[in-house]
Ligand binder design. Sequence first.
Ligand code: GDP
Length: 197
Amino acid sequence: SWSSSESVISTDSAGDTAEPGSPYRVVLLGASGVGKTAFARIFAGAADSMDSDDCELCGDDVCEKEIEVDGEPATITLLDTWEAETGRGCAQEHDMQAGDAYLLLYSVTDRASFLRASELRITLRRFSPAQHTPIILVGNKCDLVRRREVSVSEGRDCAAVFDCKFIETSAAMQHNVWEAFHGMVRQLRLRRDTKAA
Ligand code: GDP
């Protein structure tokens, strides 16, 4: 499924040249500890097999992979971000301009990470000028039922306010993680088709 001809990650403006088959750049955003690395590992296939040949880890936590959504192939370049303790502003601005779409993660067991997701959503609106950039608010760690601090309805309401989709996931149980990626691709396709029309 890995096409070597598409292994070079283009640095030009994302999305504008969105032909079918060109990679979609999806950025993982969220506070530290919410599960971004776990998401990236599942995407890379490392959770299934020790050597994930079907995904090229290009360093800088970038992974490109072709997946099938609704019977049609889609190539996703996944960018995992992290928040350095110091001087994070610069890297973050870069991340916020790098994506065609964003998975905005928080942990349902950590209210501070939920508030952080709201802040990131606001910053994203500022730095990502393109209208209708697909964003999914992802409440991860829903397996930790007794440690839950953020209810499903709070997550859903927040997504409604911020005009984005919402899903709860458990990277630990591999629950809904692929659904989040598939939902992202569906939104990107809708946007592409709207643009083409
Ligand atoms: P990151 O800092 O956002 O990259 O977070 P990590 O992916 O490193 O996850 C932080 C910790 O949370 C690790 O110990 C993970 O194993 C754990 N973790 C991530 N996702 C889940 C989840 O869905 N459920 C549970 N129970 N633990 C999780």
